[in-house]
Design a protein around this ligand. Structure first.
Ligand SMILES: Cc1cc2nc3c(=O)[nH]c(=O)nc-3n(C[C@H](O)[C@H](O)[C@H](O)COP(=O)(O)O)c2cc1C
Length: 489
């Protein structure tokens, strides 16, 4: 006689349900047109039948994806279209619950528009492990599971699910996991795999988990660096970003100048007066440098000026090779010299130009080949270029169009191949150095420029087809001929 099967607790339902983000409301007009409202914004979603509008009410509590996708009837197609339009705009979340019961077990919060839950099939023979980039943390009263590789965040509403995920810090075979109490369900594991929070481990690779996850470029990233990169830029996260003054009501503004230290002071003013050299070209250039946000549409920068600007600020001046420090037998490593200093002479920064208005150069997106001193056109959608320019103009609160938007992108591996723990911080320091060089070159040529503190790493990835962890934006600089107000202005 067979022993009765052990009770393993309630199973997780296989149904993933789409739910409206709690901050979003749907409004239908008499003619069937539907709009989604969130904060002060409204997004039109199209015209739908009364039956479809009735059914999408289920989005408030959760509409199982399997109930309309793949569509079997015309009404399913309508619901599918409406739900996908909401997903494209990042206005949905997704819930997983138990087979019986209304409580959420896991809620998926997309961090970028366009996320759609996918749960690839996982055979019992597959071995999976937690990504080294995944982490759980408290957010308010919730526990959230995140990864800089994922464009969705998983809110874990049951500590047992958290325990099952923690157990995946060591690789587990699916077949074996299924037999364990607290198995979190194959659907959740598939969703986590799709979001790169879990990854498949090659059965033969018993060690070297870091080198088994992703390509060589990913292997070189440290955890904290990839997290900082994705969370201090736009495109792969949904946190509030930019100059929002979040604590203006609660904390007094810190002073512009640090309060003096107590104790005796040595006054430097008499020395400065004695050695003052107002004719120094460096002092003159530094005092002339300033940010320009408004550009002269009628007299744009010329191609000849752009060539001089790039040559002066960024062109490769010479090349050489050298061995690894302390290893004369190492392969030769290539180096370059350029006009600005860079950590370890790595020169990992590349310039990409979104050209909107330059006399002698077609509108378009170009890479500056600093070695050959040439611009190479990259085929991109105009809509993406416009979106990038629009975001820069918004960041500068500019009243007219940017002429050239320079994106400073880092080839991350070039620097993380050498430096542990400090790679990303060195990149950001290099960006600061390069930005000041661009500012000074612009000032010297009587051109205008302005640094921009935000950049969208996902948009750049779409424009170039390069994965976000391989090469991506770490800074931006608007360049053009500054608008000079006339006496009449
Ligand atoms: C790293 C960095 C980021 C900046 N980001 C922006 C920005 O997003 N928008 C903007 O209008 N100005 C930006 N600026 C320009 C500063 O606002 C400007 O340098 C500062 O106000 C001092 O003015 P000045 O450059 O004319 O001397 C940035 C400057 C730096 C160095």
């Amino acid at each position: 006689m067979r022993a009765p099967a052990k009770k393993r607790g309630q199973k997780i339902a296989s149904a993933i349900a789409a739910r409206l983000n709690p901050r979003v409301t749907l409004e239908a007009q008499a003619d069937g047109n539907v709009a989604a409202r969130f904060d002060a914004y409204a997004a039109g979603l199209g015209k739908f039948s009364a039956e479809a509008l009735n059914r999408v009410r289920g989005l408030r509590t959760g509409l199982p994806l399997a109930s309309f996708s793949p569509p079997r009837k015309a009404i399913d197609r309508e619901i599918d279209l409406l739900v996908r339009r909401l997903a494209d705009r990042g206005l949905l979340e997704y819930r997983l619950g138990r087979a019986r019961g209304k409580d959420d077990l896991v809620v998926i919060e997309p961090q970028a528009p366009g996320y759609w839950p996918q749960s690839p099939k996982l055979p019992d023979s597959a071995t999976i492990a937690l990504s080294r980039f995944a982490y759980m943390r408290r957010r308010g009263n919730d526990m959230v599971l995140e990864s800089p590789r994922a464009i969705a965040l998983f809110k874990i509403c049951d500590p047992k699910v958290a325990a099952a995920i923690a157990a995946l810090s060591a690789p587990q075979k699916i077949g074996r996991m299924r037999r364990q109490p607290g198995f979190p369900g194959i659907e959740l594991l598939g969703l986590l795999l799709d979001s790169n929070i879990l990854f498949k481990v090659d059965a033969k690779a018993s060690d070297g988990r870091r080198s088994n996850e992703g390509d060589e470029n990913l292997v070189l990233w440290d955890f904290h660096d990839l997290l900082f990169h994705t969370h201090s830029t736009e495109g792969r996260q949904a946190n509030p970003l930019g100059g929002l003054y979040p604590y203006a009501d609660a904390i007094a503004p810190p002073p512009a100048v640090r309060a003096p230290w107590p104790g005796p002071k040595i006054d430097l003013n008499p020395f400065s007066a004695a050695t003052s050299d107002s004719n120094s070209p460096c002092i003159k250039l530094l005092s002339e440098r300033h940010s320009t946000r408004d550009f002269d549409d009628e007299q744009p920068i010329t191609l000849a000026e752009l060539a001089k600007f790039l040559e002066g600020a960024a062109r490769v001046q010479s090349k050489w090779t050298s061995k690894l420090d302390f290893d004369r037998d190492s392969p030769d490593i290539e180096y370059t010299a350029r006009p600005y200093p860079a950590a370890g002479s790595a020169y990992e920064l590349e310039l990409y130009l979104n050209v909107a208005n330059c006399d002698g150069l077609q509108r378009g997106f170009y890479h500056y080949d600093a070695d050959r001193h040439a611009l190479v056109a990259i085929d991109t959608h105009e809509q993406a270029r416009e979106a990038q320019l629009g975001a820069a103009e918004f960041a500068m609160d500019a009243s007219n169009s940017t002429q050239i938007l320079i994106t400073i992108a880092a080839r991350f591996s070039r620097i993380s191949w050498k430096y542990s723990s400090i790679a990303y911080s060195l990149i950001l320091k290099d960006v600061g150095v390069l930005i000041q060089t661009l500012y000074l070159m612009a000032a010297d040529m009587d051109l205008g420029g302005c640094a921009i503190g935000t950049s969208n790493i996902d948009l750049f990835s779409k424009m170039t087809g390069i994965d976000f962890h391989v090469e991506g934006p770490v800074g931006q600089f608007a360049l053009g001929r500054g608008f000079k107000p006339t006496a009449a202005d």
